[in-house]
Design a protein around this ligand. Structure first.
Ligand code: NAI
Ligand code: MG
Length: 347
């Protein structure tokens, strides 16, 4: 089984090695395909996301993606399209998602007993639409530092696609409720359309409860009433912010995995960034990327191994012996990964 590997920057290479170690412990015949991105791709091909990289990601289909230092590239990325035109994206992560048509960023967030306090029973999955909204990067200045404006894009096609994905997921995984987050009372057209598409799709899933909540009320509610939510669907920016909030409630960004799913290719990445403040120190928490690796195994139709990785992480976190400093321990990236790998072998 071939798996693409984008090592990323900052803590990226450290947590990638840790994740490979744990996935190898499942005993699956994994073959890693190193794919150049950002600085490495600039050195090899003169572009942070060259057509060679896009093609490799498509060919291999499933890739582990470590975080990238987005601002290192000083902003916008232009990619040549098949017809010879070019498309400009506001960041490298945005470019990867849109070049590969990765339309949804599912972020499962679960509490851990003994770590997550009153949120230890939190168990939500946030389905964040990732191809449009204000993150299309169509913004400009007006006058000389006088004002600036940005376009917020919502299309029926993208809103329907992410809603469909969310309800299908709920049906497949026995989830009971899907909640749409929005601000349609203010943004009648954009969020109004997002909500309407959600409600239309919900009619095809009568066995699943469908409801909606204003994004600000949802932030308040998830803090006070962690069991209120199940599957959550949100547009790009709300989903981005709300998922970091949920990760904070369970104890660390280092526990929050994620993926970017497309019809033909997917990447699996932690919710957190490249953490330059702790890079090279060997203390980064690799669990979010390891748990993203479990999501990859699910996508590769290896549910038994995926579950073993998830259970191993849970057992090691509960034992509290090898935890990294963000979780109050004195372990290292490698010792934590070694503990999880040993646990995987036992399961
Ligand atoms: P960040 O998530 O990298 O770090 C925020 C805080 O959480 C820092 O104190 C960091 O040390 C800590 N942290 C994050 N992940 C951790 C882990 N695995 N173990 C222990 N502690 C962890 O966010 P920040 O500082 O805003 O961004 C740093 C860089 O990462 C920026 O260049 C940003 O653009 C980039 N970034 C990349 C993302 C991606 O590639 N998917 C996502 C978010 C940010
Ligand atoms: Mg974010």
């Amino acid at each position: 089984m071939h798996i693409g590997v984008l090592k990323g920057n900052g803590i990226g290479p450290e947590i990638t090695a840790a994740t490979q170690h744990v996935l190898e412990a499942t005993g699956l015949p994994l073959e890693w395909v190193d794919i150049a991105i950002a600085d490495e791709a600039i050195a090899a091909h003169g572009h942070p996301l060259p057509p060679e990289t896009v093609k490799q990601l498509r060919d291999v289909k499933l890739s582990i993606k470590a975080p990238l230092i987005v601002n290192k590239l000083q902003g916008r990325i232009s990619c040549i399209q098949p017809g010879g035109t070019s498309q400009t994206y506001p960041s490298l992560n945005n470019a990867i998602r849109r070049e590969l048509r990765l339309f949804v960023n599912p972020r499962p967030i679960r509490g851990f007993p003994g770590i997550s306090g009153r949120h230890e029973k939190l168990d939500v999955i946030i389905m964040r639409e990732v191809t449009e909204d204000v993150y299309i990067g169509h913004e400009h200045q007006i006058g000389d530092d006088i004002a600036a404006e940005a376009i917020k894009l919502t299309t029926r096609a993208a809103a329907t696609k992410v809603a469909n994905y969310s309800f299908e997921y709920a049906r497949k995984h026995g989830r009971k409720r899907v909640t749409c987050l929005h601000k349609a009372n203010v943004l009648n057209f954009t969020d109004g359309l997002f909500l309407r598409c959600f409600q239309e799709v919900s009619n095809d899933y009568p066995e699943i409860e469908a409801d909606d909540m204003m994004i600000d009320a949802a932030c308040y509610t998830i803090v006070r009433d962690p069991l209120r939510f199940d599957v959550i669907v949100a547009s790009n920016q709300y989903g981005d912010i709300f998922s970091d909030l949920a990760a904070g409630l369970v104890g660390s960004l280092g526990l929050a995995p994620g993926a970017n799913i497309g019809d033909n290719a997917s990447t699996f990445e932690a919710s957190h960034g490249a953490a330059p403040d702790i890079a090279g120190k060997g203390i980064a928490n690799p669990l979010a990327l390891i748990l993203s690796g479990a999501e990859l195994l699910d996508a590769a139709n290896q549910p038994k191994e995926a579950k073993a990785v998830r259970d191993a992480v849970r057992n090691v976190v509960q034992a509290r012996t090898a935890l990294t400093p963000d979780l109050g321990g004195s372990g290292t990236t490698d010792s934590l990964a070694a503990a999880v790998a040993a646990e995987v072998k036992k399961l």
